[in-house]
Design a protein around this ligand. Sequence first.
Ligand code: XMP
Length: 318
Amino acid sequence: SWTPDTFVDTTVADLKKKIGADKVILGLSGGVDSSVAAMLLHKAIGKNLHCIFVNNGLLRKNEFHDVLKQYEGMGLNVKGVDASDRFLDALAGKSDPEEKRKTIGRVFIEVFDDEAHMVEDAKWLAQGTIYPDVIESVSATGGPSATIKSHHNVGGLPDFMKLKVVEPLRMLFKDEVRRVGASMDMSPTLLGRHPFPGPGLAIRILGDITPEKVRILQEVDAIFINGLREWGLYDQVWQAGAMLLPVDSVGVMGDERTYEKCVALRAVESTDGMTADWVNLPYNFLQKTSNDIINKVKGVNRVVYDISSKPPATIEWE
Ligand code: XMP
């Protein structure tokens, strides 16, 4: 019968045989799938695995730095590429959700292709594709592989897409991927991370994106997510995040009426993201979180909690 330990042993042996002394390129997203795929390949071929971790400027607060450190700590041969400005410049003035997604997909491919060219003589592209992605063809939970898959028809095939593809997690479900990661002693924090969409905070900032809006939302999101961890609620939630709404809401400061941003918090229970229920978070927690956000994040004067289930309300607001 299937066990994570035997899966790791047989997969590592297969990868060694298949890849030999070739070089492999892999895009890390910070998510569970690409990280576990990287670890398997790392065990099989060591430094011949060249990982690329792109900062699109739309990640959570400190995420690029923290996750990069974590990857380095795991011994991975990883290059962090901070392309924030390139993404934010390309997004400037765009407010249509699908246009924002396409822009991010296009810039990602450009950045990734540039980086892939720097790995001389690479033969393989590794991806963290899991079984549900194979069925759906476009991953719901994202990461570079989903981005690549859904955008490869824009302006011809980039060179890295002409590489041979290796997908060690192709036959696994998410819970199996987590167990495989655990059997390789990967950090429970990394393996237990909530899903995060490929376009990141771009689809949680309703309307157009500016560096200032990204900064505000990163602060709000960090207070919410760290709070969930501190209160022991993080693992009871399938996915959580904050949305920056395109409305200025009225507030009072002394005798003055002020107009500042409103944010919505969302936390859902789900098994696959296809349907979802909002989570009945404790009022005490919501109260503390709202106070923290309004007191600490300049520019925000109102916090609301999203109590809508999917369907019809999607998890993301865009
Ligand atoms: P919705 O909003 O459709 O989200 O209920 C379901 C799941 O998919 C994620 N999501 C995305 N992931 N690119 C991604 O990689 C996207 O454009 C995208 N849109 C939504 C969402 O975070 C949730 O996990």
